[in-house]
Design a protein around this ligand. Structure first.
Ligand SMILES: C[S@@+](CC[C@H](N)C(=O)[O-])C[C@H]1O[C@@H](n2cnc3c(N)ncnc32)[C@H](O)[C@@H]1O
Length: 212
């Protein structure tokens, strides 16, 4: 049975995503508390002088500034944003909802990152399978997200889900690819988040490893 049905993959704005990302947004999509937690998570999992793919990136990659990598490949939808990202050695533009096949060799990355973007994927199982393909054995895929989104561009399943259910969706995306194992799930909601701005952005991450 398919992971998602057509309705669950649909978006309120069904127009080509390229139109929506046509102009650059030099903003941060989550608050500094979220970004600090994400950079710390990268500190835990990423090793110096390794090859990193930042999938669905922009002008920031949230990588620890003190770590030097062998290569950071960027991917996204807006050329100006990616060209302004100081951590990228190279980047490519590709609409993953039109073509999920990554133009990258098998087993060529030690880690793949996807920050605050997984909700926009209409064929997540195909993209996760591609991430698996380009990861080296034991390579890791770090998927992070909060509760913010471009509502009209997030898939129906994500919009309908509670925050806890969204974590489950990402776990299912990993489980749909044989050989991926989820090694850590993080769900951190600030104690004061129910009063809105006082609590800060909730931090969620699912980390998978290529085992075979
Ligand atoms: C909220 S931004 C997050 C950018 C960056 N990862 C960050 O942490 O700031 C969402 C990103 O998802 C990517 N994106 C959205 N729809 C996409 C699609 N159909 N194909 C490929 N990338 C897409 C774009 O690169 C966009 O910058």
């Amino acid at each position: 049975m398919a992971l998602l049905n057509d309705w669950q993959r649909s978006k309120l704005d069904p127009s080509d995503d390229s139109l929506f990302y046509d102009y650059p947004r030099f903003v941060t999509h989550v608050d500094s508390g979220f970004i600090g937690q994400l950079t710390d998570l990268y500190r835990k999992y990423l090793r110096p002088q390794t090859r990193i793919l930042d999938l669905m990136s922009s002008w920031v990659s949230h990588l620890p500034p003190e770590i030097t990598f062998a290569h950071v490949e960027g991917h996204g939808m807006n050329r100006e944003e990616l060209a302004a990202n100081p951590r990228l050695d190279h980047f490519f533009i590709q609409n993953l909802n039109q073509n999920p096949i990554l133009p990258l060799p098998d087993q060529s990355f030690d880690a793949v990152l996807n920050a605050v973007s997984v909700q926009y994927l209409q064929q997540p199982e195909l993209v996760f399978a591609e991430v698996y393909r380009v990861l080296k054995p034991q390579g890791i895929f770090i998927v992070s997200f909060s509760n913010r989104m471009f509502f009209q561009k997030a898939i129906q399943a994500w919009r309908d889900a509670s925050e806890g259910e969204r974590v489950k969706w990402v776990q299912r995306y990993f489980e749909s690819v044989p050989g991926f194992e989820v090694v850590q799930v993080i769900q951190r909601v600030a104690p004061l988040s129910w009063v809105g701005f006082l609590g800060g952005d909730p931090f969620y991450a699912v980390i998978g490893r290529r085992c075979t």
